[in-house]
Design a protein around this ligand. Structure first.
Ligand code: HEC
Ligand code: HEC
Ligand code: HEC
Ligand code: HEC
Ligand code: HEC
Length: 366
């Protein structure tokens, strides 16, 4: 009996220690130590090395009262304004395009990127969670953010081209027969104001492709949308934010066109639908993704069935590894449009680490 108690006690103590270690060494601390070590290793002179050596470890927070935001993204994204980190992998890389026109202390990050500002783990901060509409806006979806303060008169049209195309499609397809947008339209379906805050963009995209699959018994017609149309409408709907996420502060609205030369010269210009931005690689990334968890968290599960769970907007993937090998899956997940040009699976802007983890998981489905 005594012996058993002793063993039990030892096991409990070990568990407690493990828990303590986790509390004392959260993910963000590891990033901060790695960032400072890189800074010291790369520092050009003693003063620079000393500077990195003296930086405290701690949660970084940007409070922007005017935008009602508290963003802790820079707890991990430590190099966004540091030119020494132009060629380092995420989360340390200097921001490209540059943030000089939108300095972090006045803008924070979530006003453009969405995400959960207060969170300090990668998955929570990036809003990759099934229940929450806070998924990061990336690539073309960032246009919805720009449009909140600028519009087509203060930015070159190509910078908000998807928003404009989405607006046009909504008129052509006469969505206002059933929906209200900004006080106009009918009420057979829900008011679309605020839909950009109520739903994450993958959910909206999925709903447009197949309303009945997302909402059984829905009377919304199944429009035969192409991928670019569904994408554009989704981007436009994201500009319809809820009360609490609107940009009210007039100081943040841009009314005049002074930006043209800046847009031409720096990375803000859209090229062929993509930002002229340095892409991150998974090299040196410390995070290890779990493919099965990602399948849920990234929203694949809204559209696809895997095992017993999932939606029916896209094909069931329950036995996908019998027909597709890992190389094919990688290629497809990186860029669905390159493999199925006429398909409707959205570009999800997955990074290489996510692609690998998902492809690995899908090959276990047989
Ligand atoms: C706990 C650390 C952490 C926090 C907090 C964090 N990030 Fe990240 N972020 C990362 C890491 C790590 C990567 C690189 C992931 C990868 O490549 O696997 C990354 C990548 C990104 C990317 C590139 C997307 C990609 O997957 O390549 C964007 C955009 C981004 N973060 C935005 C944000 C925003 C906005 C916030 C705040 C709401 C935020 N991050 C908070 C760790 C963090
Ligand atoms: C004015 C809008 C804006 C603000 C504010 C902003 N970003 Fe960005 N960010 C962008 C755009 C646009 C891109 C290019 C995105 C793309 O091509 O996918 C980008 C790219 C990134 C990337 C690289 C993602 C990739 O695609 O590889 C990271 C990481 C990132 N931002 C983090 C941050 C963090 C952290 C903050 C806050 C300090 C921030 N951003 C503030 C607009 C913004
Ligand atoms: C919260 C409001 C807000 C958002 C969101 C926003 N901007 Fe701005 N932007 C501003 C303000 C304010 C200025 C400064 C205008 C001035 O100096 O007169 C500015 C300046 C600029 C400039 C000129 C300075 C520079 O950085 O070169 C460009 C270009 C620009 N924004 C593009 C964008 C793009 C593209 C997006 C979306 C990714 C975006 N902005 C999102 C408010 C915003
Ligand atoms: C014949 C009527 C009808 C038309 C036309 C219609 N919808 Fe709907 N829509 C509905 C109904 C009813 C619902 C609620 C049931 C559901 O979720 O599908 C709905 C739901 C939605 C939702 C989900 C809203 C939420 O809060 O979850 C979105 C987004 C949407 N519609 C967008 C559109 C767009 C964009 C168009 C035009 C391309 C359109 N709808 C055309 C009837 C319609
Ligand atoms: C908005 C709905 C939607 C989302 C979200 C989505 N898919 Fe798809 N997916 C589709 C559609 C539709 C197809 C059919 C091919 C096409 O039209 O592009 C497809 C096809 C596929 C295929 C190829 C099946 C085959 O053998 O032809 C794979 C694999 C796949 N998706 C994996 C994923 C993964 C992994 C994710 C999450 C990272 C995901 N999908 C997210 C709609 C979606």
């Amino acid at each position: 009996m005594k012996r058993l108690l002793f063993v039990l006690g030892a096991v409990l103590a070990a568990m407690l220690l493990a828990l303590l270690w986790q509390v004392e060494n959260p993910e963000w601390k590891e990033y901060q130590r790695a960032f400072l070590a890189t800074g010291i290793a790369q520092g050009q002179d003693d003063a620079a090395r000393e500077w990195y050596g003296e930086q405290p470890i701690g949660i970084r927070e940007i409070r922007v009262d005017a935008l009602r935001r508290v963003d802790r993204c820079t707890t991990c994204h430590l190099g966004v304004e540091d030119p020494n980190f132009a060629d380092v992998s995420e989360p340390f890389r200097a921001h490209s395009p540059p943030l000089t026109g939108h300095p972090p202390d006045k803008f924070g990050c979530t006003i453009c990127h969405n995400g959960r500002g207060r969170a300090v783990t990668t998955l929570a901060a990036h809003g990759d969670s099934e229940e929450t509409p806070l998924r990061l806006w990336r690539g073309v979806y960032l246009q919805a953010a720009c449009f909140g303060c600028h519009n087509e008169t203060t930015l070159p049209e190509e910078s908000v081209a998807a928003v404009l195309a989405g607006k046009k499609a909504i008129n052509q397809l006469r969505c206002l027969r059933c929906h209200q947008i900004r006080g106009q339209g009918e009420s057979e379906g829900p008011d679309l104001n605020g839909v950009g805050s109520r739903r994450d963009w993958v959910q909206i995209f999925a709903h447009l492709l197949n309303p009945q699959a997302m909402s059984p018994g829905s009377t919304m017609p199944n429009f035969p949308l192409t991928r670019p149309q569904a994408e554009a409408i989704t981007v436009y709907l994201l500009t319809l934010r809820g009360q609490e996420r609107e940009v009210y502060d007039a100081r943040y609205r841009v009314d005049r066109v002074e930006t043209t030369s800046a847009v031409k010269d720096d990375g803000w210009k859209m090229r062929g639908g993509a930002w002229n931005v340095k892409r991150s690689t998974s090299e040196g990334t410390m995070i290890e993704y779990d493919g099965q968890a990602l399948f849920n968290d990234l929203g694949c599960v809204y559209c696809h069935r895997a095992g017993t769970k999932g939606g029916a907007v896209g094909p069931a993937l329950t036995r996908i590894s019998r027909v597709r090998d890992v190389e094919w899956l990688r290629r497809f997940l990186q860029n669905p449009a390159a493999v199925f040009p006429d398909g409707t699976m959205p570009q999800l802007y997955l990074n290489p680490a996510q692609v690998d983890a998902l492809a690995g998981y899908l090959t276990t489905l047989r």
